[in-house]
Design a protein around this ligand. Structure first.
Ligand SMILES: NC(=O)c1ccc[n+]([C@@H]2O[C@H](COP(=O)([O-])OP(=O)(O)OC[C@H]3O[C@@H](n4cnc5c(N)ncnc54)[C@H](OP(=O)(O)O)[C@@H]3O)[C@@H](O)[C@H]2O)c1
Length: 245
């Protein structure tokens, strides 16, 4: 391992030390992307604290089932067609979610160069990363209990961080950011809606990530537990720093 990588790991280790593992309990929480990575770790941690969880997964639910927690309900729904979510409108409404964490996403094809953009794949990533979260927000609002919406975004979607390549993933997260800010004007001002960059996390999507998904999930929970309205309509990192759109 190179010296730079070692130093980066040490810096991240230091930067990721956090003294208080704050808790959220007795909430009805929807989490998407719930069978792997950050989403799965959110389900695991939040499920231990007397929360009711509605866990949305694509096809696989093996990891969640292994948690064996009767407060976790699973919905299998493929977001590549966001209208699939509307089949569960009543279930979502009756669940009365107080917190929605939109975590599911794909990175898209490995090659996302300017000259190799495939429109069909562009449409698919937009459906999963943007229109599915939007549809879920619409459905969750019908429960009339929503207090907080966390859209897991990425620094790769930040216009200030834009330096070429990765057209599909970058633009999907940019649009998620834009839609999040727009929604913040159109819904009850007491509902705390914001975008969050989880950091460089070791998951299926990012096998070289430097932070464990458990730590990333706990840091997201720490942020949610504060329900800080200063984050409303903003893009933040897991330390609560405001990021540039
Ligand atoms: N890891 C990082 O370093 C990093 C950095 C910045 C942002 N993020 C964001 O963090 C979030 C969580 O990602 P992760 O790192 O935890 O990766 P991950 O383990 O790959 O999680 C992504 C989840 O999305 C689900 N998903 C994908 N396609 C779907 C579909 N068509 N319908 C429903 N669900 C679908 C996946 O389920 P299946 O696998 O079963 O399809 C998977 O559980 C994402 O929004 C990602 O963009 C991650």
């Amino acid at each position: 391992m190179g010296i730079l990588k070692t130093l980066k790991r040490k810096f991240l280790k230091f930067n990721n030390s956090f003294s208080n593992n704050l808790k959220i309990s007795n909430e009805n929480i929807i989490i998407t992307g719930a069978n792997s990575g950050i989403g799965f770790n959110l389900v695991k941690i939040l499920g231990k604290c007397e929360n009711n969880i509605l866990a949305l997964v694509n096809y696989n639910d093996d990891e969640i089932i292994s948690v064996k927690n009767e407060n976790i309900n699973i919905i299998k729904c493929n977001f590549s067609n966001p209208e699939n979510i509307n089949n569960y409108s009543d279930k979502i409404k009756n669940f009365k979610p107080s917190i929605l964490i939109n975590c599911a996403a794909i990175f898209g094809p490995e090659n996302q160069n300017f000259n190799d953009i495939i429109i069909k794949e562009f449409n698919t990533i937009m459906n999963i990363n943007v229109l599915a979260p939007l549809t879920l927000i619409q459905n969750s609002l019908k429960g009339k209990s929503l207090k907080q919406v966390v859209n897991i975004s990425s620094l790769m979607g930040s216009m200030s961080n834009c330096n070429g390549d990765f057209y599909l993933y970058r633009s999907s997260k940019s649009l998620l950011n834009s839609i999040t800010k727009n929604i913040s004007f159109d819904i009850d001002q007491k509902i705390n809606i914001f975008c969050l960059h989880p950091g460089d996390v070791k998951t299926k999507m990012n096998t070289g990530g430097l932070i464990s998904p458990e730590i990333a999930a706990q840091k997201i929970i720490n942020i949610c537990s504060q329900n800080n309205l200063n984050y409303r309509g903003k893009f933040i990192d897991t330390n609560g720093n405001i990021l540039s759109w």
